[in-house]
Every structure is written in C-alpha cells, then in structure tokens.
Design a protein around this ligand. Sequence first.
Ligand SMILES: Cc1nn(C)c(C)c1/N=N/c1ccc(/C=C/C(=O)NO)cc1
Ligand SMILES: [Zn+2]
Length: 371
Amino acid sequence: TTRTGYLWNTLYGWVDTGSGGLAPSSVAAGLQPISHHVAHPDTKRRLHELVVASGLIEHLHELSASPASRADVLRVHDAAHVDRIIAEGAQPKGGDAGDGVSPFGQGGDAIAFLAAGGAIEATRAVVSGEVDRAYALINPPGHHAERALGRGFCIFNNTAVAAAYALEELGLERVAIVDWDVHHGNGAQDIFWESPQVLNISLHQNRCFPSDSGFRDENGGGEGAGRSVNIPLPPGGGNAVYEYALEQVVIPALEAFEPQLILVPCGFDAAIMDPLARMMVRADGFRRLTRLITDAAERICDGRIVFLQEGGYSPYYVPCCGLGVIEELAGVTTGIADAYEPIVGAMGGDELLAHEREAVDAAGALLPGIT
Ligand SMILES: Cc1nn(C)c(C)c1/N=N/c1ccc(/C=C/C(=O)NO)cc1
Ligand SMILES: [Zn+2]
C-alpha cells in the first residue's frame, strides 16, 4: 500500500496576520479593522481539523517539522533578507515580510523557519523512501518570496528551500516544481532563473498577482534558459482548463526533463469560492489534478512527489479542496462529500472554452525550446 506522509504543526495556526483585511487597517483610508485578514491561518487550520475529524489522519504517516536552519534558508535567500525577517519578528508588534502588506506577529520569523523546515522534512521523508509521497500543510506560504524580498504573505520560499536541500544535501540533480497556486510562482522563478537543475512550472490566472510577471515568454536565463515554464490562464477557467494544461504542457515538460523529484506548491486559491482570484476549480477538479500529476510521478520519478501548502483563502472551501487532494494521495475515501458542490457545481468551468485552449496551446508551443 501507498505510504502518504502528512505534516502539520500547531504553530502554523499561530501566524498573526493582524487586523487588516488585505491592506492594513487605516482610518484615513477608510479601512476598518477586521478580525480575519484574508490570509488568516484559521483557513488552513480548518483543513487540518477536517483531516483529523474525517479519520483520514489514521491513514497518513505523520511527519514532524523542526525549524529550518539559517544555512538551509541561506541556500536560496540573501543574508540581508533573513536578518531583516529576524529583526522584524523581534519587534513587540512583529513586522512585515517586505511588501508592506504581508504582516506577521512577534516571533513570526520562528514560524517561517518552521514552515521551511516542514518542507525540508517532507522532502527528506519522500526522497529517503520513508514515505512514498507527502502533503506538508505548512504556513506561512512561500512561493512569492524572492531571493532578497518577502511578498504576497510569503516570508521564506519553502519550496525553493526544499528544492535546494534536495539538490545540495540529498544529492539529486534534477528537481521539478509544478506550482498550481492561482498566483504566479515568481519566487522560485527569481531564485532558480539561471539554474538548469530546477524546472519551474507555474500555472496561474494571468496578471492576478504579481500583476507584472508570469508571462509565457519568461523562460529562464543563462544556464537556466528553457527551465522556466509559465502558463498564464484567462480568468474564469475551471476544472477543464487545468486538466488540459496538465495533459498538454505540464506533463510533457516533466517527461522531457525527467526530474528525480516533483515539488507541488499547492494553493487552493484557483478554487471557485476563493476571494483572491477569479478561477472556478472545484474540489473534484483538484482531485483529478492530483491523480494526473501523481500518475506522472509514478511513471517519471518512482512516484516521488511532495505537496507544499501555499495559498487558499476561503475558510469554507479550502477544507473541501484539501481533503480531496490528501484523500487522493492516500488512496482513501472518507465519504465526506464536497458540501458546496450543489451550490457551485453548475456554475461552469467543466468544458474547455476556445480562448482557454488557445492560452494553453500558446504556452505549449514554446515547450520544444524550453526543456
Ligand atoms: C492590498 C495590496 N496593496 N498593495 C500595494 C499590494 C501589493 C497589495 N497586495 N495585494 C495582494 C497580496 C497578495 C496576494 C496573493 C497572495 C497569494 O495567495 N499567493 O499565492 C494578492 C494580492
Ligand atoms: Zn495564491
């Protein structure tokens, strides 16, 4: 039977995102304080509690995070960035990741080191064969964090830390990143821009965030030319366009690159109920994406695949989507249905529209020169 690793830590639920909704609260700007920032950790804690309450946890091999070391983080971030985060976290009211809209509380730096450490532990467990695959429900997220800057709620790039660890400590030579968080995976693109050892693939809603990166023609530079694949998608796409993108672009790119490990920065903000994007993927769609990419991992790299939690901001729907992915990984059905399917199931996204097909085909057309 398949052994599926699972990692959570109570401190991931202690990230203090402050009293702003998205931008910080401000009387002058007419932004009244609010109890839950869009990135409030309760959303991810609810997914963890559903994993436990559904009984799925009994079928998972629990992994335990320890903080990433300074050296672990310095493989992908400048010392100035790391030192600034530590200084911000030492302040009584905490600080910000770097863009002024990514707040964290006092000691939030320690949680960021623990998130990166969770990514390392899940990767170690999979590469060592202790488990066949793993889901690390880590927080704060990381995929917007660049070498020298935290942004988009991200402090350290958890996935990049894990990839560098696998390459430099576990002796791997090729690692692929498949980022299906709805926002552009600019962080890994920045960090690994010139690295031939990392194939970085990002599927995202075009211009959603950051609004000025993630275009099809950003394909890597220097030794890394051809190792960056961007698939910007038109708003409104659902299950169909994501499945089409995996089948037509992502999986062929993986088959050409032949990674020894696949890392999936897994956000659920492409979901139909998410407040921070305009895509329409449902829980059953995330299940199918998981099935497609784990089958590809079985064919390409002995099934070695690690899912690392990124975004996802609907406290209602993230638990449904996450349960679907982790059930699929474990090969278990708990019988818990997607309670929102009756509401969102008929809204669309299940048939591939012409402009969606064209967007994916345009990204795919660049592949021969890419990998
Ligand atoms: C507000 C505001 N004001 N300003 C100036 C800026 C730069 C603002 N950031 N908006 C954001 C920040 C982060 C996200 C998504 C993060 C995610 O889920 N990534 O996976 C979306 C919009
Ligand atoms: Zn996102």
